[in-house]
Design a protein around this ligand. Structure first.
Ligand SMILES: C[S@@+](CC[C@H](N)C(=O)[O-])C[C@H]1O[C@@H](n2cnc3c(N)ncnc32)[C@H](O)[C@@H]1O
Length: 247
């Protein structure tokens, strides 16, 4: 089991409706990813388009657009983004979403959501919710779409499984989940050795996605319902789309 650490969120940074009494930052985040996602200085430093793009070997825009395109043309309904993303990812979802759509973004780090709320400009319905992806305090079958962009590789196996299970639970029958994350590159990919070193030293759970297919962590019901898959950049990244049967 992974452990977690209790912290008090910076109260004046949060919208009242998103304020939990206290929030638990999972240990894998506070210990492994403090330098990237938890410390306010890290958030300020990393939330730059050129840096996110560099980390993805120049593929940020391509992967962002490939993921959002799979939400549909001018999509509406309730959309759930599971975990914040640096750069203009959320802004892009909002720009593509129809005026009667609604976007909820959940993240377990309150400062991530404060940062997101500062940078997003929209007239559309948008909520930032402090929540752990492995224990979503959201009604079952209440979302039309869900999107996970480079979250799963950060999580230890049991958290990853719960995150996928929760995403599937909150999805309505007929709803769709889009996932973009790492994937095992082809042997000939010249970036492969460098990426292996980076992931091995900085992102200890990410190499799981080289060893096993994403299907390994899917909940019952989700497996077998993949409607689209594609890899990018010599196999380094993957996109998978799932649809919940029932309509
Ligand atoms: C989506 S991932 C990485 C995305 C991408 N590398 C980027 O450019 O930002 C980063 C986010 O996931 C969030 N996160 C990690 N574990 C989480 C969990 N269990 N529940 C909710 N959010 C989580 C972190 O707080 C962070 O904001």
């Amino acid at each position: 089991m992974y452990k977690s650490q209790q912290i008090q969120p910076e109260l004046d940074n949060l919208l009242p409706e998103t304020l939990p009494e206290s929030i638990e930052i999972p240990e894998y985040l506070s210990k492994t990813y403090w330098w990237a996602y938890v410390s306010p200085k890290a958030i300020k430093f990393f939330d730059r388009h050129f840096l996110v793009n560099l980390i993805l070997f120049g593929n940020f825009k391509r992967l962002r657009d490939a993921a959002i395109r799979r939400l549909g043309e001018d999509f509406s309904g309730k959309v759930l983004q599971i975990a914040s993303v640096y750069g203009n990812f959320t802004q892009r979802i909002l720009d593509c979403m129809s005026v009667d759509g609604e976007l909820d973004v959940v993240d377990v780090v309150p400062d991530q959501l404060s940062n997101l709320r500062r940078k997003v400009i929209t007239q559309k319905r948008f909520n930032a919710l402090v929540m752990d992806s492995s224990d979503l305090k959201l009604d079952s079958e209440s979302y039309d779409k869900a999107i996970l962009f480079f979250l799963l590789h950060e999580q230890p196996v049991e958290v990853r499984q719960k995150t996928l299970s929760e995403a599937w639970r909150v999805l309505r029958p007929g709803g769709r989940i889009v996932i973009v994350d790492y994937h095992k590159p082809s042997k000939l990919n010249p970036v492969r050795p460098l990426l292996w070193i980076v992931l091995k030293s900085l992102e200890p759970f990410a190499l799981d996605l080289w060893r096993q297919p994403l299907e390994s962590w899917l909940p019952k019901g989700m497996n077998g319902n993949c409607v689209h898959r594609r890899t990018f950049f010599g196999g380094i990244y993957q996109k998978m789309v799932f649809e919940k049967p029932g309509i």
